[in-house]
Design a protein around this ligand. Structure first.
Ligand SMILES: Cc1cc2nc3c(=O)[nH]c(=O)nc-3n(C[C@H](O)[C@H](O)[C@H](O)COP(=O)(O)OP(=O)(O)OC[C@H]3O[C@@H](n4cnc5c(N)ncnc54)[C@H](O)[C@@H]3O)c2cc1C
Length: 556
């Protein structure tokens, strides 16, 4: 087992993790990023992004009130976010745009700040159209330049807290070689920046588990580790989905320049009836389930219709915008198949649930409910903003941690009780390779079926949710009894699976506890919306004895 000591351990080197490393390392803190893939190309921003939600005073007006109101009430923030935190990412967005520009990310491909896509008719445009295809290498280079150490191919599986409940380190596995090696981190502060939960529900093509719209390697481990350690989670009952080309799962719906129509080319939403490069069509943003809802209601398939998009806009969309966004596999596909978007529509679909921006409850400083434990980005449960939210809260966490580490001492974790427990788990899984064992895929497909049928968006009631919860508990016991791993890679996949099984618990418990119907949570036994729960978020946490506590807190 290798041991590392640092001031600030960052778990996950996506946009949030790298953004946290930069100010913390710059301040002189010893920072380590432990990333399960390679920070130059990992996470949901791996291939690039092209829209940065922001408020730039010289573009949107010196008074931020309008931007706050329009962004705060739109899908960019969303109903399941705290306005107090939305304000943080809006108000720090311009500073980050300037910082990114200074490290070589092209924030003005047209030569000036230009806003395009995800636009709501009648509102100002807030999505800066940038070229983010090099964002991960550029942020990685900057984090290294400021003195952060990056350890790639490390999967963190537990965080460690001391007797007082303060975070003191983490344990993981180095999976870069065929044989895994355990890694222990002793750290004064830890940031969880591990992204969303991508594979807990079946993919749109269940046989191809990795056909997901966002990064399939983000499997909720930050949320699961936080929950096991006693941190408070929030909004786990509010399932969230995405949409895009049907059966060819790709995020980046806002990059399409077309309109959402039925098979006859007729638009069915009020967001525009002609393709607009300026606004795009926000239907998929505000109503991502429309594709599924329409099929279910017998209204037929729904299309992204670019047949009236001007040829120069189509060329731009396929050969520039989709490249910046990291979805030029769509361009390749259309070219390989001779699909002419000026003549053919592309059917869109609602993708299965992926829990993004549902999870760890944080305050405006990125603090979780555990001292010294921070969270940032898609694993936070109460902030939206996607890329802008991840970048801003990464920055906030890094700045805050740089000060926090001066107030606490390093604690020896070499005899931490969690250490033996975790090593025993790794050893048990690896040693089973010498005997007949079950494979992570068997358990994952079972989990996905259970989540879909008993904990999905269909009509549920107490009996279904209770049965689903019981089956998942059984699946956990069976998995621990039967799963084995041949190598490092399978160990990583198995740890991901065990995290997702653990996260099923807060989802089922919170949904059972929410005795009403609201948003994606629809119950036949409580079909009304309880106004007493308006403006409130449900939280869940475990105490030291493992007793679960659920509560409702005010939206802040
Ligand atoms: C195709 C596509 C286009 C998009 N376009 C836009 C856009 O234009 N604008 C926008 O605002 N948003 C966009 N998004 C969303 C945006 O990319 C994400 O919101 C953002 O990247 C989230 O950053 P993050 O750091 O929170 O998570 P991620 O980028 O997902 O990073 C999480 C990191 O944690 C690592 N990790 C996970 N578990 C562990 C573990 N146990 N141990 C160690 N490491 C771990 C992962 O490998 C990953 O590198 C897009 C997403 C996709 C997929």
């Amino acid at each position: 087992m290798k041991t590392y000591t640092c001031d600030f351990l960052i778990v996950g080197g996506g946009v949030a993790g790298l953004m946290a490393a930069i100010p913390a390392a710059k301040s002189g803190a010893k920072v380590i990023i432990a990333e399960k893939a390679d920070t130059r190309r990992s996470g949901s921003g791996a291939n690039g992004n092209d829209h940065y939600h922001c408020y730039i005073p010289q573009c949107h007006g010196a008074d931020p009130a309008r931007a706050r109101r329009e962004i705060g009430s739109s899908f960019d923030a969303g109903p399941w976010t705290d306005p107090k935190l939305t304000d943080v990412w809006i108000m720090r967005s311009y500073e980050i745009v300037q910082m990114w520009e200074s490290i070589g990310i092209d924030m003005r491909p047209t030569g000036e700040y230009h806003f395009e896509g995800h636009g709501i008719p009648g509102c100002q445009l807030y999505n800066l159209k940038f070229d983010g295809k090099n964002q991960k290498p550029a942020l990685t280079a900057e984090a290294l330049k400021q003195g952060a150490q990056i350890l790639n191919h490390i999967v963190i599986s537990e965080i460690l807290t001391n007797e007082e409940g303060r975070v003191v380190g983490a344990i993981g596995a180095d999976v870069h070689a065929e044989e895994p090696e355990a890694v222990l981190f002793q750290s004064k502060a830890v940031l969880l920046a591990t992204g969303m939960v991508s594979r807990m529900y079946p993919s749109i093509t269940p046989a191809y588990m990795f056909n997901t719209p966002c990064c399939p390697a983000t499997t909720g481990s930050g949320q699961a580790m936080a929950y096991r350690a006693g941190a408070r989670l929030v909004n786990m009952d509010m399932l969230k989905g995405h949409a895009g080309p049907k059966y060819f799962a790709r995020g980046g719906k806002g990059t399409w320049i077309g309109i959402t129509t039925d098979i006859h080319g007729k638009p069915f939403t009020p967001y525009g009836d002609k393709p607009s490069r300026a606004t795009g069509d926000v239907t998929a943003d505000v109503w991502p389930s429309c594709y599924y809802d329409r099929m279910k209601a017998g209204q037929g398939p729904t299309y992204m219709n670019c047949t009236e998009t001007p040829p120069e806009d189509l060329d731009y969309m396929l050969h520039e915008a989709m490249v910046s966004e990291g979805i030029d596999s769509i361009t390749d596909y259309t070219e390989q198949r001779n699909i002419d978007l000026s003549k053919e529509m592309i059917e869109f679909g609602t993708y299965p649930i992926m829990m993004s921006q549902r999870g760890i409850d944080c305050d405006e400083h990125s603090h979780t409910s555990i001292p010294g434990l921070y969270a940032a980005g898609n694993c936070m449960g109460n902030v939206g903003g996607s890329l802008a939210g991840a970048a801003a809260f990464g920055l906030v966490a890094g700045e805050d941690a740089a000060e926090y580490i001066k107030t606490v001492s390093q604690e020896d974790v070499s005899n931490h009780p969690k250490l033996k427990e975790t090593l025993d788990l790794y050893q048990m899984l690896m040693e089973r390779r010498n005997q007949p064992h079950a494979h992570w895929k068997e358990a994952l497909s079972t989990l996905q079926n259970l989540m879909n049928e008993y904990g999905g968006v269909e009509l549920q009631n107490e009996d279904t949710l209770k049965a689903g919860y019981t089956y998942v508990q059984q699946l956990k016991a069976d998995s621990l009894n039967a799963l084995g791993c041949e190598n490092s890679h399978e160990l990583m996949r198995t740890l991901e699976l065990l995290d997702m099984i653990d996260l099923a618990e807060p989802i089922f418990l919170c949904r059972r506890n929410r005795k009403e119907s609201r948003g994606p949570h629809i119950r036949s036994d409580y079909s009304f919306t309880n106004i007493l729960l308006n403006n409130k978020f449900q939280t869940i946490e475990k105490d030291k004895d493992g007793t679960v506590h659920m509560d409702y807190r005010l939206r802040q």
